[in-house]
Design a protein around this ligand. Sequence first.
Ligand code: DWN
Length: 392
Amino acid sequence: MSFGNMPIANRFVTEHEFEGEYFFELAPAFCAECGTLQLVEQPDPAEMFHDQYAFFSRTSASMQVHFAGYADWVMQHYLGQEPFVVELGSNDGIMLENFARAGVRHLGVEPSENVAKVAREYGVNTLCSFFTPDAATAIRGEHGAANAIIAANVMCHIPDLNAIGEAADILLKPDGVLIFEDPYLGSMIEKNSYDQLYDEHVYIFSLRSVQSIFGRQGFEVVDVLEQGTHGGSMRYVLARAGSRACSDTVGRLRAQESRLGLDNPATYDRFRENCESNRAALVSLLRELKTTGARIVGYAATSKSTTVLNYCGIDSSLIEYISDTTPIKQGRYTPGTHIPVRPHADFVEYYPDYAVLFAWNHAKEIMSKETAYADAGGKWITFVPKVEIKQA
Ligand code: DWN
């Protein structure tokens, strides 16, 4: 299936950069043999993760709580004597700061220097690098073997997972674990949240695909834990095959995936049709509201919004601007569709009639802090799982 040409989701542009923007074809494909859904074409990682990377994990208060919980759980279950924890794609240190505070030896491996710098300011030891077998060898040489390699919303960004398996094997202690969580394929299909598909997300994992990819590298999934984050995620715990007992959650989730039809190519044909209907409904609602003279803005210039805006062909004739709290995005324009991104203060100063909630995954947090907008008569437009107007 193809969602057409897409720009880099987190490359917010200046007017000078409108010409010559980088586009690629966003075309996910399902492999019936190993159950993997992945992008056929992915831009070079260096195009996406660099010293101007625009996503800082600390932008959501509820994610700070989530990562504190994730860190506590790792500390309780997976750290033995003289622990050493390595996080892949540690961003601004939102998770590792919890280990730092608890006095646990840790290292973040983060390829974008600008976010790595923020992590260091929070007392998080951070190496600016991609995680490769060479990097794993160097880390082991300097710090020793790791009890746990952890990641959140990172593994699905990495095209060469064979190299990750190899690197994890180099760095982990014999009973060490590789733990990661990412948006879950079952949730994406159930909610029709096609906006999870963009350049950075080369895979949307299911348990079956994780078993198949990392099984080739000698790892097995020993536990799985469902997460409510990012519209439905899954945490996978992997260990070297045979080194740890396997929880029955694993068998149960495999059976559930078959019941959901995740193994069946016809599911992805239906998904494509649902995406097309969702696009038609969103565009026609925005056009209809515009004809009544309504002011419509976007709320949160998420990576996901790049897919929605470009797939639906929505530009500033329908959405006046997008409010976002990330300074590096403000004053720039959305990739491909060139809608201005403005500070949240602009939203508060002059409330619109409607706000399209692009950070639908943070709906609870956002609606509970934007009660003044609702009190002023402002309405939310959501499109996951279906297009509707909501008055909070
Ligand atoms: O995997 C990824 C996920 C975890 O995070 C990435 N590749 C990049 C990013 O995706 P996203 O941009 O879709 O993430 P969020 O967390 O849904 O959205 C973050 C954006 O929303 C930031 O630009 C900040 C903005 N925001 C806001 O303006 N007001 C967020 C919240 C909660 C708010 O209240």
